[in-house]
Ligand binder design. Structure first.
Ligand SMILES: C[C@H](O)[C@H](O)[C@H]1CNC2=NC(N)=NC(=O)C2=N1
Length: 96
């Protein structure tokens, strides 16, 4: 199982990821994305879903029209691990 990132490792890992913030209560990182319309938002979600399946690591998310809110946490480990950082990086590349 991936090991939890401590506070210092989390700071280092989050530094290059703009827009992701740490939610200490949820032990997750969060980011909100906005798109032109629902079709664009859902196309993004489809691509993220495929990347998540490939990684075997999945987002907790919600969608309302053109907004997609994503939280990443490693449930098996009970907090943030490198798997969340890797998926956040992949998601950012998809959103470009
Ligand atoms: C067995 C399988 O690898 C696990 O259940 C995976 C699937 N996707 C997952 N996704 C997330 N975000 N956290 C997990 O702990 C997790 N576990």
């Amino acid at each position: 199982m991936a090991s939890l990132l401590d506070d210092a490792a989390r700071e280092v890992a989050l530094a290059p990821l703009s827009g992701w913030t740490y939610d200490g209560a949820a032990k997750a990182i969060r980011r909100q994305f906005r798109f032109k319309d629902f079709s664009e938002a859902f196309a993004f979600m489809t691509r993220v879903a495929l990347a998540a399946e490939k990684a075997g690591h999945h987002p907790d998310w919600s969608n309302g029209y053109n907004r997609v809110e994503i939280a990443l946490s490693t449930h098996d480990a009970g907090g943030l691990t490198e798997r969340d950082i890797a998926l956040a990086t992949a998601i950012d590349a998809i959103a470009l």
